[in-house]
Design a protein around this ligand. Structure first.
Ligand code: SAM
Length: 204
C-alpha cells in the first residue's frame, strides 16, 4: 500500500466514526461513506479521469468537508460549498481533529489545496466568491460532486455554467438513475458499490 493509500484509509476510518444522518429525520445531512468513495476514485484513477496535477474538484453541498479532505490528496484543487453556516463551521473542527489524527499515525499531512466556502452553490454571488478565493470559475471545474442533494438543480447549473466534458458524480442512488438534459451517463455504478453514478456534460 502506498503512503497516500494508507492516509486515505485512515481518513475513511476517522470519518466512519462520525457518520451523520443515518437515523432519524436528518436525511439531508447524510454523509458520504469514504470507503465507497475510495473505490470510485480507484476507478477514476485507472481511467485517467482524475489527476493530482490538474483536476479541479467541487462538492456542491460539502457538509463538514469530509469529501474535500479525502479528495485533496487526489486532485489539484479540492473545493466545497456549504449552505448552512453551522455545518460549514464543523469543517474547521473536523479538520483540526483530523490533522492531529494524521500526525499521531505518522501519515501524510493535509495538502494546502482545500477551499471550503459558506454559500449557496446555485447563487452567482457564491461563484464570484469562489473566483475571489481561488481564481477559478465553474468553467474550470473537472469534477462536480453531490450526495443526492439538489442533484437535478445542480445538473442544470453545470449544464449552463460548466465546461463540455465536465464530470458529474452523484452519490446515493441505488436503483433507477435519472437522466439529466445535456449529460451522458458514462458509469452507472462507479466503484461497484451500487451508490455512485458518473455523468459527462455533452456539447451544449
Ligand atoms: C447530504 S449532505 C452531503 C455532505 C457531504 N457532501 C458528504 O457527502 O458527506 C448535503 C449538504 O448540502 C448542503 N446544501 C444543500 N443545499 C445547498 C446549496 N444550495 N448550496 C450549498 N450547499 C447546500 C446541506 O446543508 C448539506 O450539508
Amino acid at each position: 500500500m502506498t503512503e497516500v493509500e494508507k492516509t486515505l484509509l485512515a481518513i475513511s476510518e476517522f470519518f466512519d466514526n462520525l457518520k451523520v444522518g443515518y437515523t432519524g429525520h436528518s436525511g439531508y445531512r447524510k454523509t458520504t461513506d469514504l470507503y465507497v468513495l475510495a473505490e470510485a476514485c480507484k476507478e477514476l484513477i485507472e481511467r485517467d479521469l482524475i489527476n493530482p496535477n490538474r483536476t479541479v474538484f467541487l462538492d456542491l453541498g460539502a457538509g463538514d468537508g469530509r469529501v474535500n479532505l479525502f479528495m485533496s490528496y487526489l486532485v489539484r484543487y479540492s473545493i466545497g460549498i456549504e449552505l448552512e453556516e453551522f455545518i460549514f463551521e464543523e469543517y474547521f473542527i473536523r479538520r483540526n481533529e483530523l490533522e492531529k489524527y494524521l500526525i499521531d499515525k505518522n501519515l501524510i499531512p493535509l495538502p494546502e489545496n482545500i477551499f471550503i466556502l459558506n454559500g449557496n452553490s446555485l447563487s452567482p454571488q457564491t461563484h464570484e466568491e469562489l473566483f475571489r478565493k481561488t481564481a477559478l470559475t465553474l468553467k474550470e471545474v473537472d469534477i462536480f460532486y453531490t450526495y443526492i442533494t439538489l442533484h437535478d438543480a445542480f445538473a442544470d447549473l453545470i449544464y449552463k455554467e460548466g465546461k463540455e466534458g465536465a464530470l458529474y458524480m452523484v452519490y446515493g442512488f441505488n436503483s433507477v438513475l435519472p437522466r439529466y438534459e445535456g449529460f451522458r451517463l458514462i458509469e452507472a455504478n462507479l466503484g461497484l458499490k451500487g451508490l455512485i453514478a458518473l455523468y459527462r456534460k455533452e456539447a451544449s
